[in-house]
Design a protein. Structure first.
Lengths: 491, 491
């Protein structure tokens, strides 16, 4: 993997002096075109071996370009808020908006590689993390990010030479501590883990560039040119080839759908409802205040056709919760800030910490429901959303979140009845508009989308609960019962 | 995942009787078009839960189509020869040639799923096997195979009903033994493992089709139509979308290549050569006859420019081996049988069993060397070959093979000298022809291909050994020393 980067590439000083100013000007111009165009963000990952001059290179890039529009971030051990959340959370937070450049030092590769080298983790565990990274990067690129992955390399010999050089000069001696020498001693094991990480994550959409770093001039010019070339190509409209997502399932030959096959006849009387409601709310109140909840979190997502009763059901849940620890997140049109980021970014920002509850009134499923049906998202975009969503929820679950998703299912006739009722009651009239009637006309398309969604995103760690909701009492009790059961199992 | 397949799809008997003859005729016609066209093979995977009628369906397919051109294979526990080889070996052996259909019962999914359900293996281990399967299937499809993956599904309830029905009739009672009821008892755990396996392997190029099997007529017609539709689409030239392979590495800005940077000045005198040769051959003889070799195997691949000395070096190795246990495989143009199979098939068939040695004089690297340079393989084909080859070699290593690859590197001047020498010696003249002169003119393209190849396929389990070979004595001793070292480490 590193063979070509170990043959000692070199550049004459004179050539460097001649080419550097031109490269600088080119980079700056490209950066300004990126800012004006603001069509995509740029993420540059800086990784490599100790002593390869990663810091010098980052400084140089900030010198060559306008540093006000570059976010440079280094990642040390995760803080408390990051430890309570999925491991990718802090990287989501560091993503630049469209038009900007982020230089991520160490990035999401350092952690898994170090864990592996330190022997904390098995190879199989490293491979799972690498797969997650592959999915994350594919998502970034599919969302439009220009992702440049740089690996600054030194052979074992070159590293020894470089560390000695640094130590020999007063002004750089501080950069070589016992840590660096210790790493150097384990060079072979370290490089083996790196090699695996690079190989497994060198994809068509997010390839690695390995930079021989034994000569400072060669390293600097190679890096600068690489970034300029990629940026120029992308500004000229050249997109990387993406892997296609899996095709949607075939339509059953008898035409029967999941929602149509549901039994909507359940009814629940008022008294029984009241009695059950109180009991369930008390149970949920106890469970969510239990000690076991202190290092867990709860993520609920509610979806359903218009007027299915999402809001009123959510209120029956929040009545049982401690107001300091829950947040209801209603999902409407994204803000400007959210629009400048990948699709899932606006949900990641609401991921709860330990002991907290987040309830989403509509959710990240918008992409495979309304955006699919209305054509707001391209087929490529909504098809790739299924695995992306599965990844997101799996990460939540692995970080200790209890994830429950509810589809409140009503019949078309019941929806019509509720629409009319809304129009008749003055204080409910704001809840019904032309959008609702338009959505209603697309009922069969929504039914199809729901069936595909459930089939593709109902997982063991984040199952879909489909609740027949023509009777509101029955539906609310069913949701609370399912929730109690999930909480009991998990806590 | 299985939600839509559990809502009880059904077909009226009358509809079945009406449609079955038409479907039958259509399938048979398509099968004959496939045979005549002989452009691609068809692989149908039959998987699913107990009692879902997999066997009945396979019988039906053999009845509907011409069974002489269908190979039906079921896979039980692996036999001795399979256990000594990589786990995918027996599936490679079952692949049909172009124009034919293979129905694989259980296929490469049964093993990993059962291992997981039985709790022998961790989840991480399952995921690694699934990744291997994903790569294998991508390779099959990229090589032209029409791959149809069927999952015959029953809900827990439907399975219980079906097993009881089978037991109730004298002629089918034998099909339900204690094994089936035991599986049924662990339905939930089994389905969880299946769901993960299906989700992780539902790719764009090899999606799953889930068939609700609670009604025999629905199941049969759905399966038949699915196969007919896929076959018809493929015969009409519709190919699945493939994921693009990673792009090749960028050219270094100083233009220096791996082979040009090698030190070719080593020389070795005749006496020292003789002494070292004898000693090394004795050591290798002992190592390959050691007890530790009884459950290992050895795979050697030799590559190099024309006249680099591959044949004579191989002879220095075989001199140390037991003739009963080694085979030298010279790689020339593929046979007809080999041409009707995926590219790597002709190498898989020579994978050695325990205690055996296979030496390849030229190898599977032809695709990224001569086929790339001469344009025999498309860019898509040689680019995807790197990860395919890495998979192949990793599987060899995991099955206990010691894999060593040698590139015998000579300078262009030395090659010229050897070409002239060959033309002058009568008994060597057969070794030089117009092909050699033509290859020689493409030297820089080969250099580039070699650098890319080494960078992408030199791994810890199957490293490249690059040997400066302008001096034959030096090169032979270097190869034998590397080989001894690899054997010592491994045994």
């Amino acid at each position: 993997m590193f063979e070509t980067a170990e043959i000692g590439h070199k550049l004459a000083k004179s050539q460097y002096r001649r080419e550097e100013p031109r490269l600088r000007e080119r980079l700056l111009k490209l950066q300004y075109r990126l800012l004006e165009n603001a069509g995509f963000p740029v993420v540059i990952l800086v990784n490599g071996v100790d002593g390869a001059g990663k810091g010098d290179t980052v400084n140089l890039l900030n010198e060559w370009m306008d540093p006000r529009h570059i976010r440079t971030r280094a990642f040390g051990p995760p803080g408390d808020d990051a430890r309570e959340r999925p491991e990718m959370w802090r990287y989501w937070k560091a993503l630049p908006p469209k038009g900007r450049i982020a230089i991520l030092f160490g990035s999401w590769y350092s952690d898994p590689i170090f864990e592996r080298v330190a022997g904390h983790r098995k190879r199989a565990r490293l491979e799972r993390r690498l797969e997650r990274i592959r999915h994350f990067e594919r998502m970034l690129v599919a969302e439009g990010t220009l992702l440049i992955k740089l690996w600054f390399h030194l052979s074992e010999k070159a590293q020894a030479k470089r560390l000695k050089e640094l130590r020999a000069h007063e002004e750089t001696a501080w950069r070589v501590g016992p840590g660096e020498w210790k790493h150097h001693k384990h060079y072979a094991g370290y490089i083996a883990a790196c090699e695996e990480a690079l190989r497994e994550t060198a994809t068509a959409e997010a390839p690695w560039d390995i930079v021989d770093s034994s000569d400072a001039a060669y390293r600097a010019l190679t890096t600068g040119r690489l970034i300029a070339d990629r940026l120029a190509a992308r500004l000229a409209g050249k997109h990387p080839k993406m892997s296609p997502p899996p095709p949607p399932p075939a339509t059953p030959i008898d035409g029967k759908t999941l929602l149509a096959a549901l039994d909507y006849s359940h009814r629940l009387g008022h008294d029984e409802y009241k009695r059950k409601l109180e009991k369930l709310q008390a149970e949920i109140a106890l469970l969510t205040r239990s000690k076991a909840m202190r290092n867990r979190s709860l993520v609920l997502a509610f979806e359903g056709m218009d007027a299915a009763g999402k809001g009123s059901t959510i209120r029956r849940i929040t009545a049982a919760l401690d107001a300091r620890h829950y947040r209801v997140v209603p999902i409407a049109a994204p803000t400007d800030e959210e629009r400048a980021q990948p699709y899932l970014w606006r949900f990641w920002r609401h991921v709860p910490g330990h002991g907290e509850v987040a309830i989403f009134d509509r959710s990240w499923y918008g992409r495979v429901l309304v955006e699919r049906v209305e054509g707001y998202a391209s087929e490529f975009d909504w098809m790739r959303a299924y695995p992306e969503i599965n990844d997101f929820e799996e990460q939540l679950a692995q970080a200790g979140a209890i994830v429950a998703k509810f589809w409140l299912a009503i019949t078309r006739a019941e929806q019509l009845r509720r629409f009319h009722a809304r129009e008749e009651v003055s204080y409910k009239r704001y809840k019904i508009g032309p959008d609702d009637w338009r959505n209603r006309r697309k009922w069969p398309a929504y039914e199809r989308a729901v069936a595909d969604m459930v089939e593709r995103t109902s997982t063991r760690s984040a199952p879909w609960h489909i609740v027949a909701s023509d009777d509101k009492h029955y539906a609310r009790i069913a949701v609370l019962e399912m929730l109690r059961e999930r909480l009991e199992k998990a806590l």
